[in-house]
Design a protein around this ligand. Structure first.
Ligand SMILES: N[C@@H](CCC(=O)N[C@@H](CS)C(=O)NCC(=O)O)C(=O)O
Length: 226
């Protein structure tokens, strides 16, 4: 597999092990695209449990996508760690703001999605609700909407009430906070989460979705989309 990075500080070929519908894979695709990096994709069908198959467990024993494989054999699991590494390896265009305090704000917004929301609504959690507690589709959707709604209510309050919010979550350049927000929002739409109460989030997500490189990272634009 050859993936060249002409003119970029990162010369290693990159392979993203992921899945089109995985919002954490979507985060990494957005970061890679915003940085102008090229990468190959290897897909694992989560609905078929391929993330727990031998081939993927050799990449990442946790059995969760994504994992970014570098051409020298290094593997980085965990979307936030991948994005932080990308930011350090390829600083421009920056996905984090200039000062330590601004970066803390961006990380704290991103963490509201990445640490406090996504893990509760992950496929394995929803499957556990179905398998162990007999939850039907409606009950699972109610669970999803509950946790997504709590997060979005607080995010809306923070974003709407802070002058540091600009066109995007922080100022007028997209950051890792926007990446997490967009991925969660697209996921929410699959569960019909009502977006009406979140006008600031809707505005920011619409602005992000105007960026062609973010559009290219959308789940339905991936080669494995069905
Ligand atoms: N904290 C991890 C979470 C990764 C994760 O949960 N990925 C989901 C897809 S979005 C997954 O692989 N789910 C498979 C499963 O639940 O079995 C990250 O940010 O990369």
């Amino acid at each position: 597999m050859t993936v060249d990075q002409p003119g970029l500080p990162l010369t290693l070929p990159l392979t993203l092990h992921g899945y089109f519908r995985s919002s954490t894979s979507f985060r990494v695709r957005m970061a890679l695209n915003l940085k102008g990096l090229r990468y190959a994709q290897k897909t694992y069908d989560l609905r078929q449990g391929q993330q727990r198959g031998e081939a993927y467990l050799a990449e990442n024993p946790q059995g969760l996508v994504p994992t970014l494989e570098l051409g020298d054999g290094t593997r980085i699991p965990q979307s936030m760690a991948i994005m932080e590494w990308l930011e350090e390896a390829v600083p421009e265009p920056a996905l984090m703001p200039a000062t330590a305090l601004q970066r803390a704000r961006v990380r704290s917004l991103a963490d509201m999605v990445a640490l406090d929301t996504h893990p509760l609504n992950n496929l394995r959690v929803l499957n556990y609700l179905r398998g162990t507690f007999g939850a039907d589709d409606e009950a699972v959707a109610t669970w999803f909407r509950h946790w997504a709604g709590l997060a979005f209510k607080a995010l809306e309050t923070r974003l709407a009430g802070d002058p540091q919010t600009g066109r995007y979550c922080h100022g007028d350049e997209p950051t890792i906070a926007d990446i997490c927000l967009v991925a969660q929002c697209i996921n929410n739409r699959r569960f019909q989460v009502d977006e009406t109460p979140y006008p600031t989030i809707r505005r920011i997500v619409a602005a992000c979705l105007d960026i062609p490189t973010i559009q290219d990272a959308l789940p339905d634009r991936q080669p494995d989309a069905d």
